[in-house]
Write a protein that binds this ligand. Structure first.
Ligand SMILES: [Zn+2]
Length: 216
């Protein structure tokens, strides 16, 4: 029973993250207007707000205009639900929250190759919670250095957000886990980049992090 409740909490959070990311992309307020179809702007009825179930019943299409609801909505709702079922204590709760924050950043990055700067600071705060004050100082100095130096670098080989997530992951999971995580993320990135062009790397980093957390 507890697992079902946790799954519902998680999928609701996933649904919220998808809506927030969609509003970040369009520049709309996170709070207003109420949830609506992105194509015809019709407000959603109460049952269309139920995560997973509404997408399945609507078969991924708006009931009013027939516009496609992106499949990523269902994927994020199910994944967030599964992640919530892994919460057993305070540490796992913080890790799942950390994954949710970076998941939100990845959804924004995927469409705009940017994400809100507060995500890095908040997520790194979660990574640092069990560390000593000295590590806190070093972690914050790392993030500050990236913030100051990256805008001066004309053609960076890696995005500042990707590097911030790497610092954050390293602090959260340690060196060995970070190496395993990066190998899978790079393979995913290379597979996606084979079609050419610049890709947002944050989604690969997040998919790898979620995969390692669920499997390991
Ligand atoms: Zn519609």
């Amino acid at each position: 029973m507890l697992i079902i409740i946790l799954f519902i909490y998680g999928s609701c959070t996933g649904s919220l993250l998808v809506a927030m990311a969609s509003r970040y992309v369009t520049g709309d307020s996170y709070l207003f207007p109420a949830s609506h179809c992105d194509t015809c702007q019709t407000p959603l009825t109460y049952w269309q707000l139920v995560p997973v179930l509404s997408y399945t019943l609507l078969r991924g299409k708006c009931q009013t205009c027939g516009g496609t609801i992106p499949a990523v909505t269902l994927i994020v709702e199910v994944t967030a639900g599964l992640l919530a079922t892994t919460v057993t204590d305070w540490t796992s709760f913080l890790i799942v929250l950390w994954l949710a924050l970076w998941g939100f950043a990845a959804l924004c990055d995927w469409q705009t190759q940017t994400f809100p700067g507060w995500v890095s600071w908040l997520a790194t705060g979660f990574s640092l919670w069990h560390h000593s004050p000295l590590v806190w100082l070093l972690g914050c100095a790392c993030l500050l250095a990236i913030h100051l130096l990256w805008p001066r670098w004309r053609h960076p080989v890696i995005g500042d957000g990707d590097l911030e997530m790497m610092v954050s992951y390293g602090l959260l999971r340690g060196v060995t886990a970070t190496a395993h995580w990066l190998v899978v993320a790079c393979l995913l990135g290379l597979w996606r980049a084979r079609v050419g062009g610049r890709i947002a790397f944050l989604p690969d980093l997040v998919v790898s992090a979620v995969g390692w957390w669920l499997v390991a």
